[in-house]
Design a binder for this molecule. Structure first.
Ligand code: TPP
Length: 319
């Protein structure tokens, strides 16, 4: 049985991700984001939260174009996240990168990435380094099921299993890569068999159940830390909104959407916490108020920060 603080923290993190992304959408509609390229993970919060809660402070992760949740769950600075989205000098990439370029190396967050699958190679490189250094770190690579059909995934999975690298591959299967259903993108839908094909365990988990995600992540991360090699986790989840703003998802069946929305990971977990007597409605209300305060502070900080200026656009770039 987990202690109360851990259980409440999981809830706090999921709510913080959800409310932050709702605020980001609001800022987008107000025309305040530096770029309209922005993908939210509303509906998928339990995956980022469960996995990051199982990581140790020294561990690494790499993230995707849909990466707000990963950096928040890793304990990223919300002020710097919002400042980055608003194109401010105080942002994680000094406002040059935006939503898809959040990175906090000190937290072991090696970056989100607009190149679908690109960061799977970066994660495998980090794990190779840890293996060579014997530094005890584990790397987590988050990616969507669409990225899993990219060549880079196959090369990285093959190499990681062959060399028993300390890495955990976390596929957030939200069922669609833009408009392409998962069932039309790959012939083998079993993560157990997919993992087996590379020589690593493949574990399927209900990605809407934060405690279940946490359990499989704890096992996979500890296995990697013991030097037993990678694991492929297939977390079954759903993005409640379109691929990005302006996508009303005409390719999705409306009954399917309703069915999936009824399995809101935050509500499911809240019901669990109430049932177990771990939180009350008053606790939830207080937590929501705290989250609202944290977000309001981050937005205020970002809006008061200076914008990235045009004459500095070539600073901090490699070429
Ligand atoms: C290499 C590459 N190919 C195509 C794209 C365009 N693109 C952006 S997101 C996306 C879908 C990715 O699907 P998935 O990996 O399942 O992640 P999800 O968007 O579902 O979270 C595509 C094709 C890209 N950014 N990079």
């Amino acid at each position: 049985m987990e202690d109360r603080d851990t259980l409440v923290n999981l809830y706090y993190t999921m709510v913080l991700i959800r409310r932050t992304e709702e605020k980001i959408l609001e800022l987008l509609l107000q025309g305040k984001l530096a770029s309209s390229m922005c993908h939210v993970s509303i509906g998928q919060e339990a995956v980022a939260t469960g996995v990051c809660s199982a990581m140790q402070p020294q561990d690494y992760l790499t993230s995707t174009h849909r990466g707000h949740g990963h950096i928040i769950a890793r304990g990223g600075d919300l002020r710097r996240i919002i400042a980055e989205l608003l194109g401010r000098e105080t942002g994680y990439c000094k406002g040059r990168g935006g939503s898809m370029h959040l990175v906090d190396v000190q937290l072991g967050h090696l970056g989100s990435n607009g190149i679908v699958g690109g960061h799977i190679g970066i994660a495998t490189g980090a794990a190779l380094w840890s293996s060579l250094q014997n530094d005890g770190r584990v790397t987590v690579a988050f990616f969507g099921e669409g990225a899993m059909t990219e060549g880079i995934f196959h090369e990285a999975a093959n190499m990681a299993a062959l060399w028993r690298l300390p890495i955990v591959f976390v596929c957030e299967n939200n069922q669609y890569a833009m408009s392409l259903p998962w069932t039309h993108a790959t012939a083998e839908h079993s993560f157990a068999r997919k993992g087996e094909a590379y020589g690593m365990p493949g574990i399927e988990v209900d990605g809407q159940d934060v405690l279940a995600v946490r359990q499989v992540a704890l096992q996979a991360i500890e296995r990697a830390r013991r030097g037993e090699g990678p694991t492929l986790i297939g977390a079954q989840t759903y993005r409640f909104l379109g691929h990005s703003r302006g996508d009303p998802s005409p390719y999705r069946d409306k009954e399917e959407e309703a069915r999936q929305r009824a399995r809101d990971p935050i509500r499911l977990y809240q019901e669990h916490l109430f049932r177990e007597g771990i939180m009350t409605q008053a606790d939830v209300d207080a937590l929501e108020a705290k989250v609202a305060e944290v977000i309001a502070d981050a937005v205020r900080f970002a809006e008061e920060s200076p914008p990235a200026t045009l004459d500095s656009v070539l600073e901090d770039v490699f070429a």
